[in-house]
Design a protein around this ligand. Sequence first.
Ligand code: XIL
Length: 411
Amino acid sequence: MFLTYSKGISGNFRKSETEVSVTAPQHLKGELMQVRSSIAATVLASAMILPMAAPALAAPDQPSRSQAVEKKDTLRWVAPQDLKIGTAVAGGGHHETQPYPAPFTFDQEYRQRLAAEFSSVSPENQSKWEFVHPEHNTYRFAEMDAIVQFAQENKQVVRGHTLFWHSQNPAWLEEGNFSKDELRAILKDHIQTVVGRYAGKIQQWDVANEIFNEDGTLRTTDNIWIRELGPEIIADAFRWAHEADPKAKLFFNDYGVEGINAKSNAYLDLIPKLQAQGVPVDGFAIQGHLSTRYGFPGDLQANLQRFDALGLETAITEIDVRMDVAAGTTPTDAQLATQASYYQRALEACVSVEECNSFTIWGFTDKYSWVPVFFSGEGEATVMWNDFTRKPAYYALQDTLEQASSGRGNR
Ligand code: XIL
């Protein structure tokens, strides 16, 4: 199942699900159905072979001189010690409709940058239900295992994503006509199995993703768990995750909650109620998929602050800043400057809030960004060009981190 994203009223996007439509660039549309069935075949094939097998990954090459990233000239080096600077790890999802299904496994320059620049990594798709649990009794862990191992080797933390969502669920689950008891058991088993496997190795889990509609009502129609089992199941998801990994910090995560609005108000209302019942919720995460079409959400810091004031951790988990780009053209200097200012302001908002401890960009190179595939006519949303050279947005982040380090007491 694919998502389409369309513009939001006040903010950055509204997402709606459709059966088949993908707002992919015109030239890709014809290929999508065909590629999708081959994905299903690949998932099935690898699910049969892979569950416990070691991932078939090439060892990273030694960086050549031209590719080597100077250690001190990176985001993670200049970041304050108490702030993780992260990225999504490309693979699965839309990548499978592209000519490069799993960049993390083969693109050596990508891997070098991933290791050098970031202190946190988030699987872009590799721990989502449809990826990690493709059949009822089959888990597929090889890719997530490889990411966790990579993170450990490179002294990075991992953000797990996600356990309870309305999207990217496998057909066997969505179309299974399970009884309430069966569904509850399926969710519990999934959470215990996935969280348990990586216990002690995940810093933060996005336990529940996107549970509210834009008007602040719960997604009682498209979220299978809430629809079938009622809102109380949200608390159980957090409890089961906590049992499986008492050390992981457990988050709600959503888009369109950058500013103070009906949806972010709904979280502000819900989380203390859950905590009062003893439900282990540690944090509130803002995805941050921004577009220069809609302006920067100037109340981001104030919004983070009010969650911080509840004693919660906060995080920016998926930021990218897309812009209008006509096919075959490159962004203007003015567009790049606007993009850089959005990244900078978002990071400044996070570093200004005491317990905002994690700032993750949703991919670091346009080479693999999901944006042009999902947002027709928009793109160039990340901080590096296709060839990994740095955009003004990269330098804006680097400078902001450097300044924050003096303020936040780094080295
Ligand atoms: C996106 C991935 O980047 C794509 O590869 C995939 O095809 C669809 O999902 N909110 C989320 C993320 O929580 O998981 C989504 O990631 C982007 C929106």
